[in-house]
Ligand binder design. Structure first.
Ligand code: GLN
Length: 193
């Protein structure tokens, strides 16, 4: 049976993730309320604007529900989703969901290069992957339990920690579903444990 993966549907690149997950063999559900998390095997936190998403998560009581969900279910965050997952955000007092032992810098590539594409090597996923960066963050440093999956010019742009996966770019904006396939496999493996 196909695994069922939710896409947080408050703001951001939602239908693109749904499409990429379905192409990767998963069933999907857009999550806008707490009860939408029921019966899901994994969750995607899309790109968008992390502060807006946080505000909406609080408003719809999704913040605590997602934290509980993440205790034993895989979560994949892209771009703003990465910021939501980080335990530390540079220059900011508190983190959001604080799921991954990573320290991130927001809008990290500066104004001139706010949006760009780069050919990336991603450990265990692809030797060449077109990374689409949009006002992207990057990871400044990681804790000992975090595996770095990709770097762009020395900056960490993809990582994995146990059942958490994250990247600073937007794999859902390309036709290449290898990143999503990797997450779907993580969700399948978590189910068979
Ligand atoms: N700059 C956004 C933030 O800080 C992230 C950008 C994105 O998700 N494309 O939340």
């Amino acid at each position: 049976m196909a695994v069922k993966i939710g896409v947080l549907g408050l703001q951001g690149a939602i239908p693109e993730h749904v499409k990429a997950l379905e192409k990767s063999g998963a069933e999907t559900r857009i999550v806008k309320r707490v009860d939408h998390l029921e019966g899901l095997d994994g969750l995607v936190l899309p790109g968008g604007e992390s502060t807006t998403m946080r505000r909406l998560m609080d408003q719809y009581q999704l913040f605590d529900a997602i934290k509980r969900f993440a205790e034993n279910k895989p979560v994949f965050g892209t771009c703003a989703g990465l910021i939501l997952m980080a335990k530390q955000i540079e220059g900011q007092k508190g983190p959001h969901l604080a799921l991954m032992d990573i320290n991130v810098r927001r809008n990290a590539f500066g104004r001139q290069v706010a949006s760009f594409e780069a050919d990336l090597k991603i450990e265990g996923i692809a030797d060449h992957f077109n990374g689409v960066f949009i006002r992207a963050p990057y990871i400044l440093d990681v804790g000992p339990d975090v595996d770095v999956l990709s770097r762009y010019e020395d900056k960490i742009v993809a990582a994995k920690q146990g059942h958490f996966l994250t990247c600073a770019f937007h794999p859902e904006l390309t036709d290449d579903t290898r990143f999503h396939q990797y997450f779907v496999k993580m969700v399948e493996e978590a189910q068979n444990k």
